[in-house]
Design a protein around this ligand. Sequence first.
Ligand code: ATR
Length: 272
Amino acid sequence: MDRYAVFGNPISHSKSPAIHTAFAQQTSQVLSYEAICAPVDKFEETVKAFLADGGKGLNITVPFKEEAWKLAVLRSERAELAGAVNTLYLNQEGLLCGENTDGVGMVRDIQHNHGYSIKGKRVLILGAGGAVRGVMKPVLEQQPKQVVIANRTLAKAETLAALFAPFGHITASSFDALEGPFDLIMNGTAASLQGEMPALPEGMLHSQSWCYDMMYSAAQTPFNQWAEAQGACQQLDGLGMLVEQAAESFYIWRGIRPDTSSLIQIIRNELL
Ligand code: ATR
């Protein structure tokens, strides 16, 4: 049986085994998918042992996405720019290839699942860490009118804006200096994890603005609470992104695109 796994540390919380097992059942693919807790100082050895043992593909999560990027012999342009890899697979020559499906998954959730087009929109992205860097290229591929990256530490937003400047109209800002309104605001800060919301000025939204938190939780995230209070037209969390990035990995490995809508609903119900 073809073996797949998600590597992280810690990993027991991961929903990836349940998601991929459901995809496999739905598409009649015979495979196994397990969660592997790699020792923090032995990521490479653990990956190589898995591949030597017949492993066909891997998902990579915290804290190993940058190490996976380094380990990949070939990387897609998206993965190259993301500086992080969440999907590893062997190509026909047996070379280890790295892809990053986070951004494609988020864009697919916004555009395909929710029917919102990013093209021509004025977009604000909050945060300038790994999560934001990972989604920048796929967002810019949709040709937004403008992207502003705002971060608590301005210098990090400036670095990201410079890195992605060849791919669109993109600027950096502090939170204080932001000038709204924006059509779409995405939260990629870790603030929600701490139950916090970045301090944004008034006037960030208009009545048709959409908000997207890359985080998800059973209760509404602090960012989405803010969005609702500010009168956003729609506020979405990152559960759809989680399932869609998995579907992209599954497609890379198996060449079949699973249906995600029913699974997103099942996981949502389980969270409640
Ligand atoms: P990740 O890989 O999840 O993106 P990271 O690279 O550590 O993690 O980045 C965390 C991001 O969340 C950063 O943009 C960070 O801002 P700084 O660069 O100023 O540190 C942001 N962040 C974390 N806690 C925050 C908070 N309470 N308010 C606003 N931004 C926060």
